[in-house]
Design a protein. Structure first.
Length: 188
């Protein structure tokens, strides 16, 4: 019986060291070598300063910029408080917020139906991407605010559409931060 305990303790220690320390360290090292940008948080630099990550949404409120999905993370777009609102579809608070957002967006662009992702939050509240439909929906507002043609903005949106991963995973998407940074570059 005594040897069974020794074997169990040794096995626990060996597997803890191998699977709890060595394996994660090796995988982190490999990721850092093969995918340094992603392993470092996919940070975006502007003039040598970190201004965000392509993995996290940021709040843009000016009409000169494309807006991300609404956020329920903390006080909005708070990466330390990621999460949804946990309000059910039948909750009046949620229904009123969504209807208010729909009314506001419809007033800006009454000719098209409001894309659902512009009025609903993602599970994390930090989704950096919107659908191409949402980007095209916002394009006219951005074009007016920047005194640029709709066609110019639509071409920029088209250039920022990321297709499905491996042709089958996920949906086509547009990263809002990267699109807005290119908008600022085109103004120069």
């Amino acid at each position: 019986m005594h040897s069974v305990w020794k074997t169990s303790i040794r096995f626990t220690l060996v597997t803890t060291v191998l699977l709890g320390l060595a394996y994660p360290l090796v995988m982190t090292g490999i990721a850092g070598v093969l995918f340094p940008r992603q392993a470092g948080g996919s940070l975006i630099l502007k003039d040598g300063q970190v201004i965000g990550s392509s993995l996290l949404a940021q709040s843009f409120t000016s009409d000169r910029y494309f807006h991300p999905r609404p956020s329920a993370a903390g006080n909005g777009y708070d990466a330390t408080s990621s999460g949804g609102s946990n309000l059910a579809q039948s909750n009046q608070k949620l229904v009123q917020r969504i209807q208010g957002d729909i009314d506001k967006l419809a007033a800006q662009n009454a000719s098209k139906p409001v894309p659902i992702d512009l009025v609903t939050t993602s599970g994390s509240g930090l989704d950096p991407d919107i659908t191409p439909d949402s980007a095209y929906y916002e394009a006219h507002r951005v074009a007016l605010a920047r005194h640029i043609s709709d066609d110019t903005i639509n071409k920029l949106v088209a250039a920022h559409i990321t297709p499905r991963t491996l042709g089958v995973l996920g949906e086509p998407r547009v990263n809002v931060l990267e699109l807005n940074l290119d908008l600022d570059k085109s103004d120069r």
